[in-house]
Design a protein around this ligand. Structure first.
Ligand SMILES: C[S@@+](CC[C@H](N)C(=O)[O-])C[C@H]1O[C@@H](n2cnc3c(N)ncnc32)[C@H](O)[C@@H]1O
Length: 211
């Protein structure tokens, strides 16, 4: 049973294959930040509160987590957010228009540490071109994890793509905002590392593979 808050704030996009701007408004005059795999979404809510002039898109496959997020937004009077129930690859590969996103946050994604589960990881070489495509010029990709092996693998695919430059200062304005999982890991004494890269722009380079 759906309720009024969900109808107002959650778009269920399972099985949708059209461009996102046919479903929700993507205002060209506002910066758009995407929290991909937002979970219960404390980070997205804090981000939206900090930047009320921006649009925050919080996306996850789990509807129960999105319900918690929109209820908290309602309590806290957050109105500059859309919650999307959508699979990350559908959103980024099929639905998100080119050069739309100011910052893409993928924070504490499932690390799938066992070798036989590696293919389930969200961040792989194929994904880098799509992340570059959806970012605006100057746009940033923000990744965090407590898993050192996952971090090393992501650093390798980002560097090998040739599409991004390290931009460590790209998250200093939000370094105090923690996700729900980061709080959990910190409480267990585990450190969470953050890395930010900036979209590399087309240059006079015949081998440039960006958009
Ligand atoms: C470990 S949790 C982290 C949640 C949040 N980012 C945090 O740090 O608290 C990973 C989240 O990613 C979501 N997720 C996993 N695979 C996904 C996919 N392919 N598309 C969208 N969301 C996904 C899960 O439902 C879960 O909420």
């Amino acid at each position: 049973m759906r309720n009024k808050i969900e109808d107002k704030y959650i778009n269920i996009l399972s099985g949708e294959y059209c461009r996102l701007d046919r479903i929700i408004t993507l205002p060209p005059d506002r910066l758009i930040e995407v929290d991909m795999g937002c979970g219960k979404g404390s980070f997205a809510t804090q981000l939206a509160a900090r930047y009320p002039d921006r649009l925050v898109i919080a996306a996850d496959v789990m509807i129960g987590r999105l319900r918690k997020l929109v209820k908290r937004n309602e309590r806290e009077g957050i109105v500059n957010m859309r919650a999307l129930r959508v699979e990350a690859r559908s959103l980024l590969v099929l639905m998100m228009p080119d050069r739309t996103v100011h910052r893409l946050h993928i924070l504490c994604p499932d690390p799938w540490p066992k070798d036989r589960h590696r293919a389930n990881r969200l961040l792989c070489a194929d994904f880098m071109g799509q992340i570059h495509r959806i970012l605006q010029p100057g746009g940033m990709f923000h990744f965090s994890t407590d898993d050192v092996n996952y971090l090393t693998a992501v650093e390798q695919v980002v560097t090998a793509s040739g599409l991004f430059d390290p931009y460590p200062e790209g998250w200093t304005d939000i370094a105090d905002l923690k996700t729900d999982f980061e709080r959990l890991w910190n409480a267990e004494g585990k450190a969470v590392q953050h890395h930010v890269w900036r979209r590399r722009e087309p240059v006079d380079d015949p081998n440039y593979r960006g958009h």
